[in-house]
Design a protein around this ligand. Sequence first.
Ligand SMILES: [Zn+2]
Length: 319
Amino acid sequence: MSFTAKPGFCVASLLDKAGFLGQFDRASLSWENRLREEKEADMQTPVTEIDQMIVQLNEFILPSSLMESFDVYREESVKSAARRFNDAQLSWFLDMLNRFRGPDDRKDSLVDIFDPGMYTCDHPAWEAAPGTRIEMPALTSEVARFVDRNSEFAEIAREEINEFRDHAETYADEELLGLAHIAAAALVDQGKFFHGREEAIRYLALNASAVLEDLWATDDTLWKNAPVRQIQFEDMVAKRKADLLKAESTRPNFEEKDFACYSEDEVRRFAFDIRNLFLTDHAKHLAICTRCQTRLESWTKLVEKFEQSTFTHKGRADA
Ligand SMILES: [Zn+2]
């Protein structure tokens, strides 16, 4: 049994052939440039290129689990809450929050700092189908309302609020209120309204505190005892599909058939030879479905392992 060598699975050429992306910012494809440099070595494997494609096409991805839908909703909410600030202001906010959290607990984005999933372990939503309802633990700012004044939590909370107040000193009231509004969007704290600077400081300090995260990791009783949040949110799968179907020149041209997941048989055929992907009339699906990306990735690994073992076997037989 022999398998033809896989052609270098170059996503850039794949995108050209399939015309995935319409008006696409090719300059941002750093890995495409890297590919050019490494042309001789051709070290690109299908797996790493799929990873790169996932990053690149993030805003087109159709969520494939309840948690992914929820995260897409959070990201879009934060984007709209952050609209009144420019990129420089947003990175100052992130920098200030990271200084408050400390060097060992830095995060890459405001969405990551204000992550309602932080106070959960193995949330079942990772395994559940996409939906519009999710249960989340109480926010730390809520937990604070139920704790004893003399508890360890209350003591840490007071210190953290004071420390955050110092970090926030140079920020104007409307900046802090805007940041608190972004935090509430990221935490999906629906209908949250802030009455003034001090309330915003308290909310930001408690929900961004790495020290309180550590306390939760040691003993999560307080969080467990606080009332859970039942959150209703928009159907993000439907929204993404509608966005993709909208005939806008800036978006790739997607059709209804591009939303269907591949069959097991198809995924297997793509893993053995990625050229088979171009032969289907719904190749674009790969760009927007994390589920199928993961399936193809694991099949590709299997095939590679299989090819290696047949090669080794053959080598031994020839010797
Ligand atoms: Zn799929």
